[in-house]
Design a protein around this ligand. Structure first.
Ligand SMILES: [Mg+2]
Length: 229
């Protein structure tokens, strides 16, 4: 067997982040007085939030700056009075933690792989949100642990995120590890920076990057076919 440890990204790899995010921003805007939440509002927030995460992953802003930059912009666009630092932010975290829909086939694939490999979650996110979602999704029984950036103190693709995770796993043989995820900038670049093999979940081949994944699969079930693992 080529690998012993499979490091799975969480959002958009095992859990349906879009559905959790959509539920959370909808509940939040309704709570703060928007009478009807439209698709445009959800898309606007999604794009804005993604651009902040890109900046965080590029080291341009801190986690705290990301947290407090999210809602003032949304409020001014939709005529909500921003209630001051902390209120919307903590409501949003609570609402987000309530969303735990797995990606298609995720539970089945993880269950089967857990019979042969040690599985861990490696996620950029908040402890409170990610741990609750992982538990409520039903993934927990198949995992040996989870590494969340807020807890580790570094985010993917920083090699220190992986160094700390391996320290906790207790096996430093990098050839035994494979990271599996949907993000070139966080998961694949993270694995490449750290020196472990990588598997991108993507319907199309990535283009325009100066690094590439070891493997590309279109969907999670391809991991069961045995060509990679
Ligand atoms: Mg992801």
């Amino acid at each position: 067997m080529k690998y012993s440890y499979l490091l799975f990204d969480c959002d958009r790899t095992l859990l349906d982040f879009n559905s959790a995010m959509k539920g959370a921003i909808t509940k939040l805007l309704l709570k703060y007085g928007v009478p009807e939440v439209t698709d445009e509002m959800v898309s606007f927030y999604d794009a804005w939030n993604n651009s902040l995460w890109d900046q965080l992953e590029a080291g341009l802003i801190t986690k705290e700056e990301l947290v407090y930059a999210r809602f003032p912009v949304v409020c001014s666009r939709y005529g909500i009075t921003y209630p001051g630092k902390g209120k919307m932010e903590s409501d949003y975290i609570l609402f987000l933690s309530e969303g735990h829909e797995p990606m298609p086939d995720a539970l089945d694939v993880v269950k089967k792989l857990s019979e042969k490999y040690k599985l861990f979650i490696v996620s950029n996110g908040f402890i409170e949100v990610q741990e609750r979602r992982v538990t409520e999704s039903g993934l927990r029984p198949y995992l040996c642990g989870s590494f969340i950036s807020e807890e580790i103190g570094f985010s993917k693709p920083d090699p220190r995120f992986f160094e700390e995770s391996l320290k906790q796993i207790g096996d430093f043989d990098k050839s035994k590890y494979l990271i599996i995820g949907d993000s070139m900038s966080a998961d694949i670049q993270g694995g490449v920076n750290f020196g472990i093999d990588t598997c991108l979940i993507s319907k199309k081949k990535p283009e325009g990057y100066d690094y590439e994944p070891t493997y590309v699969v279109g969907e999670l079930t391809e991991l069961l076919k045995g060509e990679i693992l």
